[in-house]
Design a protein around this ligand. Sequence first.
Ligand code: MLT
Length: 394
Amino acid sequence: MNVKINENFDNLSENYLFSEINKRITKYKEENKAADIIKLGIGDVTLPLDKTVIDALIKASNEMGNKETFRGYPPEYGYDFMKEAVKKYYKRFNVELDLDSIFISDGAKSDLGNIVDIFGNNNIYIPNPVYPVYLDSNLMSGRNINFINGSKDNNFLPLPTSDIKKGSIIYLCSPNNPTGSCYKYDELKKWVDFALNNDSLIIYDSAYESFISSDEYPHSIYEIEGAKSCAIEICSFSKQAGFTGLRCGFTIIPLEIVCSNHQINKLWKRRQATKFNGVSYPVQRAAEAALTDNGIKECMDNIKYYMVNAKMLSELFDEKNIYYTGGKNSPYIWFKCPNDMKSWEFFDYLLKNANVVGTPGAGFGTFGEGYFRITSFNTHEKTKEAVERLRKLL
Ligand code: MLT
């Protein structure tokens, strides 16, 4: 057929990282039917939704089955009750949000992938290694991509450098996926000041903020003065409230941000109204419930559960004297592959010799080569078993 395609897709790797991993697991399982595989790969939660969340979900679903309380299309930007809940949640960090700056979404991944729609052909700066959606979505749009490199030298927390061009878009993720490293207040301030002084915009992914337990680290970029003029924040209920299967998140685009004489909040409104029909009423009620005092408490109990796993895993790396980051204010542990193995080589080695699945660091960028990520999202029992298997191999 003589229909032209978006040729930028030729610049992508054949499979999305987690699809490639699933493909390899499926193949391994076919060849090794008895293998008892423990998955510490994709950051998918294993604990069920909390009672407060489920009660709200059921109540709202019942409302949808009643003539008096039935609702049709939700507002494209989210119900006011949900935006109010997000606004109230941010007060915990002393951040005052304008209701109009909050957009409820079906998860951070969609908004991170779609936000490119509202920008032109800017220089894009992406941490290396990082969550692959930033790179892939910018490649699909044919953007000019540059990397800000993380390494053992900067503990995988790159800071601004003078070669970053003015008028750029810079992606940041803290606590970082995949490395689990977090920017402290003064470090994040360096990025905000850099963006303000260099006419640049930060897209800040805070999907893992609820794993922060130390007050050395900001939960939101808006805790840093000036950030409302230069940063978009994108967050998710996936890890915070176990919504990986339910789908809800939010994006904050402050009214203060003006690019090329356009309020970008307005552009996103226009984009969403055209391409998005909002998040379903029951899901927004469930997400609202996750942000009540009871909801937060129950969600934090689940996070504490996962952090016990993170501790089990990080203690193994301490014991073996292996360099790692994360595992303290993050569900991810990022470590150096043993014997200078390459990331995918170690993936295959671990799968074959321990039946444990992780994520190869190289899948998050070239600077992830030789590193590996494991998650704390499995059960205590499976994590304990994985630690025993890893202990024999490392
Ligand atoms: C991950 O494992 O990096 C995440 O679960 C992926 C995601 O949040 O989309």
